[in-house]
Design a protein around this ligand. Structure first.
Ligand SMILES: [Zn+2]
Length: 129
């Protein structure tokens, strides 16, 4: 599977909005300390009326706009998943407990969106009540 197949157009007016694996996503550039890729949609590019936007490959994820190193964010979430409290995780990783709370909340929101998308696409069966 092409790595870019994980991404989809972020423009709600585009017919390919939210659709993955259609080979319409391309890399424009990369930027920042983590070499985050700036992506764009070929379908939007061919139809200027759609007002195409470049978007970060991290958009919609816990890493978007993060100033912490990626390894630290992952480590925060690993600690929380293992049941380590917010304050304890903050002390172990030398970050503010509020930062731990914020990333935990962001990861939860992302997981919820992902869950809903997988259910919508029939990949997962919903167990929500
Ligand atoms: Zn598009």
């Amino acid at each position: 599977m092409d790595d870019l197949d994980k991404f989809c157009c972020q423009n709600k007016k585009c017919p390919q909005y939210g659709v993955r694996g259609e080979k319409n996503i391309r890399v424009r550039d990369d930027y920042g300390p983590n070499n985050t890729r700036l992506l764009y949609c070929l379908v939007c590019k061919k139809q200027p009326v759609l007002r195409p936007n470049n978007f970060s490959e991290r958009r919609g994820t816990v890493f978007f706009g993060s100033r912490l190193p990626e390894e630290t964010v992952v480590s925060i979430l690993e600690h929380v998943v293992e049941g380590t409290g917010m304050r304890k995780t903050g002390r172990l990783l030398n970050v503010d407990p509020d930062t731990v709370s914020r990333y935990t909340r962001l990861a939860g929101e992302h997981a919820e969106q992902l869950h809903d998308e997988l259910v919508m696409n029939g990949v997962l069966m919903s167990r929500r009540f």
